[in-house]
Design a protein around this ligand. Structure first.
Ligand SMILES: Cc1cc2nc3c(=O)[nH]c(=O)nc-3n(C[C@H](O)[C@H](O)[C@H](O)COP(=O)(O)OP(=O)(O)OC[C@H]3O[C@@H](n4cnc5c(N)ncnc54)[C@H](O)[C@@H]3O)c2cc1C
Length: 329
């Protein structure tokens, strides 16, 4: 379980990082907190010739409120900073709740928002040592050509298992990307592919720099609920985020997103229509639960059965909607 050999690059500015990406992009991986990447490299899931440690790039670290334009969060911002931000807790509640469920306090100190958004997809046949994979058989995602989860299938079903992306989807976030032609911005809802082995629309010579939250979704009520094996430290096996705008009267705007049950975090289709203009009650919340469960396509990528995970999505979506009405923030 030693690390493979690689050349180590440490840019201090975005321009330097962009130069390295342009020169070595297809043979380079970005290292942020390293909490997911380094264990995966020890399992020989990645053996890049170059590892680019971006932790020295101060310009993409920190939380900045931009009056009139919402908020900007640097990709290098640790998840613990999001958890500790009173501004985020009050204004972007669903993101605060999602960030505080990631892994454990120590991992949230090291792990970054950018790393959470770009997290590799997970599967019980993939996140294993080289020896394990060699004995049980390789798969489409790494070194093989078959899928153990959907036999005969040519599609990788590894599940995207990050906690903050569904919250960001609910808030209408955009990500900023640096590449050879400078900076570009992409809506989070268009960032993922929903294919397990090519999880996001990021070229090898690009990296994530910042996340933007619109002012329009500040102050929305929010809730995040997650199923995991170990409550103190674990990836989600199902997760539901809900954010809605409501000031005493009926719901004015709403989004619901799910994670860990598809190869991408996804907005739940029809959830906005089911909520907008309504007073929330058990029935309305249950309709959202049904819609969320319909979008969830978990397969046997983890130790829990797909049926159980889909049922939990239904229950958690209902509970998260009801929690938004009960929460004071
Ligand atoms: C025991 C354990 C439990 C965990 N539990 C959870 C959990 O509950 N929920 C959860 O969401 N995660 C969990 N994680 C995973 C991880 O800790 C977090 O997702 C963390 O936010 C990853 O951030 P990082 O900065 O450490 O990313 P890294 O490990 O540095 O990188 C992760 C991936 O993103 C890429 N990357 C990083 N930054 C950028 C960038 N700016 N631009 C482009 N690509 C980039 C890397 O190349 C790599 O592919 C867990 C990890 C462990 C070890």
């Amino acid at each position: 379980m030693s690390l493979p050999t690689f050349k180590f690059l440490r840019p201090r500015t975005l321009r330097q990082a962009a130069d390295y990406l342009a020169r070595h992009g297809s043979d380079l991986m970005v290292l942020a907190g390293g909490t997911d990447l380094l264990p995966s490299m020890k399992q020989k899931l990645f053996t890049p010739a170059y590892l680019m440690d971006i932790r020295g790039i101060e310009e993409i670290r920190g939380i900045h409120v931009r009056p009139g334009a919402g908020m900007e969060i640097g990709a290098l911002t640790p998840l613990s900073a999001i958890e500790d931000s009173e501004f985020i807790r009050r204004n972007y509640r669903v993101l605060h709740e999602a960030a505080m469920t990631v892994a454990s306090p120590i991992l949230r100190n090291m792990g970054t928002l950018g790393g959470n958004i770009c997290l590799d997809t997970r599967c019980v046949w993939y996140n294993q040592s080289l020896q394990w994979r060699r004995s049980c058989g390789f798969c489409i995602k790494k070194d093989g050509d078959l899928c153990h989860v959907a036999p005969g299938g040519k599609f990788c079903w590894a599940a995207f298992s990050g906690d903050t992306p569904p919250a960001l989807l609910c808030l209408g976030a955009e990500v900023e990307i640096v590449g050879p032609s400078g900076l570009r911005r992409v809506a989070m809802k268009d960032f993922y592919t929903n294919v397990g082995d090519v999880r996001m629309k990021l070229e090898p010579n690009e990296m994530l720099t910042r996340v933007f939250l619109p002012e329009e979704s500040a102050g929305w009520k929010g809730s995040y609920m997650k199923l995991r094996i170990r409550g103190s430290i674990d990836y989600p096996l199902a997760g539901v985020a809900v954010a809605l705008k409501k000031n005493g009267g009926p719901v004015e705007n709403a989004r619901v997103a799910i994670t860990a049950v598809n190869p991408a975090p996804l907005l739940v289709k029809g959830a906005d229509n089911a909520l907008v203009g309504k007073q929330i009650d058990e029935h309305v919340a249950a309709v959202v639960g049904e819609l969320a469960a319909k979008m969830a396509k978990p397969l046997t990528t983890s130790g829990l059965t797909p049926e159980y995970r889909r049922e939990i999505v239904k229950v958690y979506a209902k509970r998260a909607v009801l929690a938004c009405v009960l929460s004071r923030a």
